[in-house]
Design a protein around this ligand. Structure first.
Ligand SMILES: [Zn+2]
Ligand SMILES: [Zn+2]
Length: 747
């Protein structure tokens, strides 16, 4: 059988099932699959076959079972055979899994030998991918190899009836890893005492770097305003939301409003950060997520995290603890003790370290839910390296992804193996993380790609990296084509579809910056059938950081002149405005763009919401937060030309009239979102008329906007379209590599 069947308690499960049915034979892990031979009574063999899938452990993902009948070999008993070192085919390394309920009970039971032990785990839970050095996944190939098991742990490990039977990271306070609390220079407490001290220090308002599963977090008390502000200052992060960790679902429900789907994903085995609507009286410092109606929240997923919320006698547990990645701005998350002590020195007051090595970094994953289903925005810990079944066989390909939120993708057989979130590929550290992870994944999955896909942008580090590889065939893939192909691949679509790709920036084939694109495409080619009519982007990157520049561009485009009393210019010094205006009028240092992200920026500035951003997507996010529910009427716009151009000048004029009339920004934002949804529906209708296509794929970072995604999806469906959004793979550039890979494989 094939699937995720290693390191998830599958062999013990097979063993116990076979023994309970009186069958003999063996179970064996190879790098390709699990091989089982059973012999015995015919009925018992049949029951074995049924229960093999129906009763499989929670973590197992069985993709294929291949069966054949053999001559009886006369086995005397059932045994678990040693892993065979077959180095040819695909093996699946399991992702890291949150502490299970049984282990959590051991943690809080004073009579248990693992009472308050921060590294307890079993076959149903614990570290996997982040500690694995090589395959097959066995203790000697993990970072637990440095901890020989004590007699008690060894006997659990060897006892098929025990929950820890063949749990590779099995450990206890006698033989396993331990924690130490350091100040910036030296250890100040160890083991049990270290945790208690760390909790006390958090309570006093200190910032502590805590070593977790896939890297370090920076933690502070989320109810302590001064501590949260200080963390912002030190991390040089002005407004970008921090994630928080809470004790359990009950605590989560006190801070945020939870749906059933959100409860399920919050408390499930993957434990991502879930973005949730926050209650007005949440008790969490407003500095955790300024100007935001939501909070990114997660539950504890390691024993160490659980212990942060298990107060000793007489203490109230924390309402919530900020847990933000241990890095400075966009560098990779710190993973090693010495690395944390140097790189996070100025950020943290204390360091809660441990001596189980993190072999592979993995950030927390991020999820939203929509219509009761999960939508993954950052696919990392808990998912990676679980492959995505593509439903068709592909040649081996490497796709290098984009620049922001970068990931790469390898294909093998009918699987796509997507890397964890690597980060923004703008500095040497991130590039190094990319290369290390790529080497590891190629080794784990025995992939040697001869074909390499990359973005068309010549200056992306991912493009340069692809170009530096020797002896490979390079395939450049247009950014928005890759977005749509990614959406098609995860939805198992083939043939032609209508692709709506809305995002901030993607390199176009005509030298313009694309980002409001309507394609007709399949995996091999695309046709650009419509786009947002070009406007000028003044000053390149500066225009991305300063939405008022885009407001100016849209105003000049719609009115031919600007009136300086409008909101964007009240806060911009007149000489700067005149300077940018001159740039726009003369066409100097401007690029043409159809970017949807920049359209959101322009509107956010026009209504006086935000003129300068300090993190990617901030203006669009705050604009989404403003848009209230309820049906708004859209603004007017025009469609003309071939390819079709979406002319938004009338919208700009009507929107400015609303601003002048004093219409609330909430109402304007709602009308604007409605307009974008109307544009999508009308363009799709035109394409349907001409091509007879009715399947629509929605991709690009703009579709992280739930107000827009909901409006677009329901309007299209009402109109008879079949709509395919992303679910398992991010709609943002984190999903780009998957699309590049399937396009390169198809060519
Ligand atoms: Zn467990
Ligand atoms: Zn032990």
């Amino acid at each position: 059988m094939q699937g995720i069947v290693q390191g998830v308690g599958f062999r013990p499960f097979v063993y116990n099932l076979a023994v309970s049915l009186g069958l003999s034979g063996f179970v064996l892990n190879t790098t390709a699959c699990v091989v089982i031979e059973v012999e015995g009574d015919f009925g018992a063999v049949q029951r074995f076959r049924d229960e093999l899938t129906s009763r499989a452990p929670v973590l197992a993902q069985v993709d294929r079972i291949m069966e054949s009948t053999l001559e009886a070999a006369g086995y005397r008993d059932f045994e678990i055979r040693k892993s065979a070192g077959d180095r040819e085919q695909l093996v699946l390394v399991p992702p890291d899994i949150a502490t299970c309920d049984d282990c959590r009970r051991d943690l809080t039971d004073p009579a248990n030998r693992r009472f308050r032990y921060p590294f307890t785990n079993c076959t149903n839970c614990g570290p996997r991918y982040t500690i694995t050095r090589d395959i097959p996944y066995d203790r000697p190939s993990t970072t637990m190899s440095e901890f020989p098991m004590c007699a008690a742990c060894q006997s659990e490990y060897e006892n098929p009836a025990d929950r820890r039977f063949h749990a590779q990271p099995n450990a206890c306070p006698v033989c396993g890893p331990w924690v130490e609390l350091w100040d910036r220079d030296k250890p100040v407490a160890a083991r049990g005492e270290a945790l208690g001290r760390a909790v006390a220090l958090l309570r006093e308002g200190h910032i502590i770097a805590i070593k977790g599963l896939g890297g370090f977090h920076l933690a502070c008390d989320a109810a302590n305003n001064a501590a949260v502000r200080q963390l912002r200052e030190r991390k040089r992060r002005t407004d970008k939301p921090f994630a928080v960790m809470v004790r359990d679902l009950e605590a989560a429900g006190r801070i945020c409003v939870l749906s059933d789907a959100e409860r399920a994903i919050l408390s499930g085995i993957r434990r991502p950060i879930v973005i949730l609507p926050r209650r007005a009286d949440s008790g969490v410092s407003p500095a955790v997520a300024p100007n935001n109606r939501t909070i990114g929240m997660m539950l504890p997923y390691t024993p160490l995290h659980h212990l942060l919320f298990e107060p000793t006698a007489g203490e109230q547990p924390f309402l919530a603890v900020v847990m933000t990645s241990g890095n400075l701005s966009e560098e990779p998350i710190a993973a090693h003790n010495d690395e944390a002590l140097s790189r996070l020195r100025e950020l943290a007051d204390f360091f809660l370290l441990h001596n189980r090595e993190i072999h592979t970094r993995a950030d927390d994953s991020v999820v939203r839910t929509l219509g009761g289903q999960d939508l993954v925005l950052r696919r990392s810990r808990g998912w990676v390296p679980q492959p995505i079944d593509l439903g068709l066989d592909l040649p081996e390909v490497l796709a290098c992804g984009g620049e922001l939120k970068s990931t790469f993708c390898l294909t093998k057989g009918h699987y796509a193996i997507l890397s964890q979130h690597i980060g923004d590929l703008e500095n040497y550290e991130t590039l190094q993380f990319f290369e290390e992870t790529l080497d590891k994944m190629k080794r784990f999955y025995r992939v040697t790609p001869r074909r390499v896909a990359h973005d068309l942008h010549p200056d992306y580090l991912s493009t340069r990296l692809a170009q530096s590889l020797e002896g490979v065939e390079l395939i450049g893939v247009q950014h928005h084509h890759a977005h749509i192909a990614s959406c098609m691949a995860e939805n198992h679509l083939s043939g032609k579809v209508i692709g709506v790709a809305l995002d901030g920036t993607g390199y176009g084939v005509d030298g313009a910056i694309w980002g409001g694109e309507f394609l007709v495409c399949d995996f091999t080619a695309f046709e650009r059938r419509a786009y947002l009519r070009y406007v000028s982007l003044p000053g390149g990157d500066a225009a991305i950081h300063e939405p008022w520049r885009m407001a100016l561009s849209y105003l000049l485009d719609a009115f031919g002149e600007i009136e300086p009393d409008l909101p964007p210019f009240r806060e911009v010094a007149e000489p700067r405005r005149r300077f940018v205006e001159a740039m726009l009028r003369r066409g100097v240092s401007v690029v043409r763009t159809s970017s949807c992200g920049r359209l959101f920026d322009a509107v956010a500035s026009l209504i006086g919401l935000r003129h300068v951003v300090n993190y990617e997507g901030q203006a669009a996010i705050e604009l989404e937060m403003l848009a209230s529910g309820g049906e708004a009427r859209g603004y007017p716009f025009e469609l003309s030309g071939d390819p079709l151009q979406v002319d938004l000048r009338e919208m700009t004029r009507a929107l400015v009239a609303d601003v002048r009339k004093g219409v609330s920004s909430t109402a304007i934002s709602a009308r604007f979102h409605r307009t974008v949804a109307d544009v999508v529906v009308q363009v799709c209708r035109r394409i349907r008329r001409e091509e007879g296509l009715k399947r629509v794929c929605l991709s690009g970072g703009t579709f992280q906007n739930m107000v827009l995604l909901t409006a677009v999806t329901s309007s299209l469906e009402r109109d008879g379209f079949e709509v395919f959004p992303h679910r398992k793979v991010p709609p943002n550039d984190g999903g780009l590599s998957l699309g590049q890979a399937v396009i390169a494989a198809a060519r």
